[in-house]
Design a protein around this ligand. Structure first.
Ligand SMILES: [Zn+2]
Length: 410
């Protein structure tokens, strides 16, 4: 199982599937379709049924039930794209067998080192087989590890019909990293009662709470006049922008918050006297506080409009996703079952709120409650990304155990 899983994983990371926010197509980049089609072939070759790919690049497949019990259909999902933060082209994975717990030289020439000082969790992987980058790309364990784990688990179940399970659906989806993963996901066609994204990080992660999320785009307008004769005439849009930002609570920013603390995050600002554009994201786990944050932003803009003129400042604010907890809490047993699956395997579950979103945040609101399970990876989205093969194997076992438990409990 281990060798097969590693082989699959390596073949997936070699396909460049970086998504692209500026693209209008779905999937946003052609590489994602290349991998999606490869997955279609693999799903067919291991014996999955109803293998489909739609015009948007969403891959789905079925493992039919092998029990007469009435078991709810469960789904497992992973996304094929990689982060926009760092290149995923020409990924050249390095395998470190029986890791000794010391620094790992990722790239001798460029002296890129995965150091235990910078990454203090490293030594706990002593004795594991690790897969790292060569220091020049990301790895893409986010989320190709999830894809490899699901594929390997399905093949295992097909090879081991003595393990009884209900109907299982799997899906491999595009464009998670740009927040569009679920946008064209056909929940009806998927037809599962509950699902799990295999898209978490280190061993034991189990998540069913995410942020509520909104984006705010603000444009301020000024009036440029020669500075020598500007008195009483010039309006400086950049200064209005600074005035706006100064009214937000300074300590409610990503760099000052953790756990359940929400924030306003200025992600970009650009401008001059004439025109300045600000982009914020607003995040909070608590729905009421989230609404309050949006109201605060709106009222600051309102005050500035009163001060400088209605046309001098515009606000465009949109909700992006909501905390999946509100949709998962009523079926909390699906989290408890994953928890039990981990405990049965001797894995200590780590349940904590995600300070972000997953595809599950949107899917849960589309009628498919979808918590998130670990894949085993660390340091996602950059050159220091790596994954423990041992923990990937445990993730495969969690999938198998979840399938078993649903059957046993039916
Ligand atoms: Zn991911």
């Amino acid at each position: 199982m281990r060798e097969e899983m590693v082989e699959r994983f390596i073949s997936y990371v070699k396909v460049d599937t970086q998504s692209d926010e500026s693209s209008e197509t779905c999937p946003s980049t052609p590489g994602q379709l290349v991998l999606a089609n490869q997955l279609v072939e693999e799903l067919k070759s291991i014996g999955m049924e109803d293998v489909t790919i739609d015009e948007n690049g969403y891959v789905m497949a079925t493992l039919p039930a092998n029990t007469t019990k009435d078991v709810p259909t469960i789904g497992f999902l992973a996304h094929v794209d990689t982060a926009t933060d760092f290149t995923g082209k020409n990924v050249n994975p390095q395998i470190v067998e029986n890791y000794d717990g010391n620094d790992i030289v990722l790239n001798e020439d460029q002296q890129i080192i995965l150091s235990t000082k910078e990454f203090p969790e490293l030594p706990q992987y002593k004795g594991h087989t690790l897969i790292t980058t060569d220091g020049t790309t990301l790895l893409g364990a986010d989320n190709k590890a999830g894809v490899a784990e699901i594929m390997t688990a399905m093949n295992y179940l097909i090879q081991h019909p003595e393990i009884k399970h209900g109907k299982i659906r799997v899906a491999f989806t595009p464009d998670e990293e740009i927040g569009r993963g679920p946008h064209r996901f056909d929940v009806k066609a998927f037809d599962a009662t509950y699902a799990y994204t295999m898209d978490g990080g280190p061993l034991g992660e189990l998540e069913y709470e995410s942020f509520n999320a909104a984006a705010a785009k603000i444009t301020t307008k000024g009036k440029n006049v020669h500075p020598g004769t500007a008195k009483g005439k010039m309006v400086n849009s950049a200064k209005i922008a600074m005035e706006l930002n100064a009214q937000l609570p300074a300590d409610e920013a990503p760099e000052h918050t953790e756990g359940y603390e929400g924030f306003y995050h200025l992600i970009s600002i650009s401008g001059d006297v004439e025109e300045t554009k600000l982009a914020y994201i607003i995040r909070d786990h608590d729905r009421e506080k989230f609404e309050d944050r949006k109201a605060t932003m709106a009222s600051i803009v309102d005050d500035l409009q009163k001060k400088y003129g209605q046309d001098k400042i515009t606000l465009e604010m949109n909700d992006q996703y909501y905390n999946m907890r509100d949709k998962i809490e009523p079926v909390k047993h699906i989290v408890d079952l994953a928890y039990q699956a981990m405990e049965n395997l001797g894995i200590k579950p780590i349940v904590k709120p995600i300070r972000g979103g997953t595809d599950g945040s949107q899917l849960s609101y589309m009628g498919l409650p979808t918590p998130n399970v670990f894949t085993g990876g660390e340091n996602y989205h950059g050159r220091y990304e790596y994954i423990s093969v041992d923990n990937m194997e445990k993730a495969v076992n969690v999938i198998l155990e979840i399938a078993k438990l649903y059957e046993e409990k039916a």
